[in-house]
Design a protein around this ligand. Structure first.
Ligand SMILES: Cc1cc2nc3c(=O)[nH]c(=O)nc-3n(C[C@H](O)[C@H](O)[C@H](O)COP(=O)(O)OP(=O)(O)OC[C@H]3O[C@@H](n4cnc5c(N)ncnc54)[C@H](O)[C@@H]3O)c2cc1C
Length: 427
C-alpha cells in the first residue's frame, strides 16, 4: 500500500491520520495531484484499533463518535455496516468514599451537580471570561468526582488547565456512539487506495524559495504547497525543521496549546462481569487532594470481555514514566478495591496505551491553556499561501476530536487546492 518516492505532486500531506486521510479524500474529489507522507508503518494515527493483544478489537486512541448527529463517522459507520452502539446516557456505577456502592439517590445527586457545574463553566466562558475552570467550580456534592472526569479524563489535562472560554466554545459531545469493531478500523475505511508513503518521516519543510521542499527520510519532494497534520505535541518537540523558522505568532500559538494525555488501560477478563453492567461507566467519589488521580472505567464496551481504565492529565504523564506494568497494576488494584471480590482469578491480561512516549504523537490530544483562547485560530491560518496546519488542534469547536480532525483536513485541502489552482507555478 505504500506509495513510492519521489514524485513531485502539487500538494504534500504530512500525516495519514483522520485529518490527512480526509485531506486526501478532498483532493481526490477535486482531481488535484498530491502525496501523503506518513512516518508510521500504518495509517490512522491516533485512531487505532488493534485486535492481536486480546483477540478482540480494542481502540488505543479514539473510541467515541461524539455529537453523533453531526459526525461524519456516524454516516461512514452506517454505510460500512459497522455496529454502532448508543452511549448517550450510559448507566453509572458509582462508589462512595467509604467504598460502599452509591444509591440511586446519590447518583441523582451526582447528575444534578454535573449539570450545575457545566452550566456555570459555560456561563463563564459565554461572558468572554477566559480563566482556569477550577476557579469557578461550586462546592456542590461530588464536584471532585466531576472534576476528575471532566479534567484529566475528558480534556486530558487537569481541571486547572482548562480554559473556560474554550469550554464554552467546544461543541456538545452528545449524543454519542461507540463502535464494536473499533473506531480506528472505521477511520481506516477512509483510505481509498490513496497515494500514501508509509514509514517515511518528514524532517524539514523549506518554504524559502519556490514551492515547498519537503525533506523526508527517503528523499526530497518538491511540491507547490503542503498540509501538515502532525499533533501539537510533535510540533512542540521540534522534530520537524521549518525554514524559515515559524513566525513568533505561530510559535506562540503552539506554546499556548497544550498536548494533553489520556492513557487507556484495557483489562481482559475471562467472561465474568464482576458486577458491572455492559457499557456502564464506573466511577468513585474522591477527596479534593485526589482530583486528577482517579482511574475510572468503561465496563465491557459493546459486550467485549474487557474493561477500560482511564487515567489522564499530569498524573498520567507521571505514571507513564514508570511503565506499563505499573499502570496496569494501578488500574487493576483500583478495580479490585471497587468490586471487593477476587477479580484477579478472572483477569487474563492488560496493557496501557502509550501515547505519552510515542514520538509521532507526544500525547493524546490538545487543550488550549487558560487565557489563551484564540490560539487554535492562529495555528490554522495559511502560511505564505503554501503551508496549512490541520488536524485536531486546529479544528475550532470540534478540537480534540477525530471528526474535528477530519473536518479540518477537508477544509485545509479545499483552501490549498484553490490557492494552487489560482496561483499555479507562481507559488
Ligand atoms: C487515548 C485517546 C482517546 C481519544 N478519544 C477520542 C474519542 O473518544 N472521540 C474522539 O472524537 N476523539 C478522541 N481522541 C482524539 C482523536 O483520536 C484525535 O483527535 C484524532 O485521531 C487526531 O487526528 P489527526 O489527523 O489530527 O492527528 P493524528 O491521528 O495524530 O495524525 C497525524 C499523523 O502524522 C504522523 N506523523 C507525525 N510526525 C510525522 C512526521 N515527522 N512525518 C510524517 N508523518 C508524521 C503520525 O504518525 C500520525 O499518523 C482520542 C485520542 C486519544 C489518543
Amino acid at each position: 500500500m505504500s506509495a513510492p518516492l519521489p514524485t513531485n505532486p502539487d500538494i504534500v500531506i504530512v500525516g495519514a491520520g483522520s485529518s490527512g486521510l480526509s485531506a486526501a479524500k478532498k483532493l481526490e474529489e477535486l482531481g488535484a495531484s498530491y502525496l501523503v507522507i506518513e512516518a508510521s508503518d500504518r495509517i490512522g494515527g491516533r485512531a487505532y484499533t488493534e485486535s492481536n493483544t486480546f483477540g478482540e478489537p480494542v481502540d488505543h486512541g479514539c473510541s467515541w463518535i461524539s455529537g453523533s448527529n453531526y459526525n461524519i463517522f456516524s454516516d461512514l459507520g452506517k454505510k460500512n455496516n459497522f455496529t454502532l452502539v448508543d452511549h448517550t446516557n450510559p448507566k453509572i456505577e458509582m462508589f462512595e468514599r467509604d467504598g460502599a456502592r452509591s444509591t440511586q439517590a446519590n447518583i441523582n445527586e451526582y447528575n444534578k451537580s454535573e449539570l450545575k457545574i457545566k452550566e456555570i463553566l459555560q456561563d463563564t466562558g459565554r461572558q468572554g471570561i477566559d480563566i482556569p475552570a477550577s476557579k469557578v467550580i461550586p462546592k456542590v456534592p461530588y464536584n471532585e468526582c466531576f472534576q476528575n472526569w471532566e479534567g484529566a479524563l475528558n480534556y486530558a489535562v487537569d481541571i486547572d488547565q482548562i480554559s473556560t472560554a474554550e469550554y464554552w466554545h467546544l461543541k456538545n459531545t452528545q449524543p454519542s456512539l461507540i463502535v464494536k469493531e473499533g473506531l480506528g478500523n472505521l477511520v481506516a475505511t477512509l483510505n481509498n487506495n490513496f497515494p500514501i508513503s508509509l514509514s517515511t518521516s518528514v524532517l524539514e519543510m523549506d518554504l524559502s524559495g519556490k514551492g515547498v521542499k519537503v525533506l523526508t527520510s527517503k528523499g526530497l519532494i518538491v511540491a507547490k504547497a503542503c498540509i501538515c497534520t502532525v499533533s501539537v505535541g510533535v510540533l512542540k518537540s521540534e522534530k520537524i525543521k521549518f525554514t524559515p523558522n515559524l513566525s513568533n505568532k505561530i510559535q506562540k500559538a503552539v506554546h499556548d496549546i497544550q498536548m494533553g494525555l489520556l492513557v487507556k488501560i484495557p483489562l481482559l477478563f475471562d467472561g465474568v462481569r464482576l458486577g458491572f453492567a455492559e457499557n456502564s461507566l464506573v466511577q468513585y467519589d474522591i477527596s479534593k487532594e485526589d482530583i486528577g488521580n482517579g482511574c475510572y472505567f468503561l465496563a465491557w464496551p459493546t459486550g467485549h470481555n474487557y474493561m477500560v481504565g482511564f487515567i489522564g492529565g499530569q498524573f498520567a504523564w507521571d505514571l507513564s514514566k514508570l511503565g506499563e506494568k505499573e499502570i496496569v497494576e494501578y488500574a487493576l488494584s483500583k478495580l479490585e478495591s471497587l468490586s471487593g471480590g477476587n477479580i484477579r482469578k478472572h483477569f487474563l491480561k492488560g496493557f496501557a496505551s502509550n501515547w505519552a512516549n510515542n514520538p509521532l504523537t507526544k500525547g493524546s490530544y490538545s487543550a488550549v491553556k487558560p487565557g489563551c483562547f484564540g490560539a487554535r485560530e492562529v495555528l490554522s491560518e495559511p502560511i505564505s499561501e503554501k503551508l496549512i496546519f490541520a488536524g485536531e488542534a486546529t479544528a475550532g469547536n470540534l478540537s480534540g476530536l477525530v471528526n474535528g480532525a477530519y473536518e479540518s483536513g477537508k477544509m485545509a485541502a479545499a483552501r490549498l487546492a484553490n490557492i494552487v489552482k489560482q496561483k499555479g507555478n507562481s507559488l
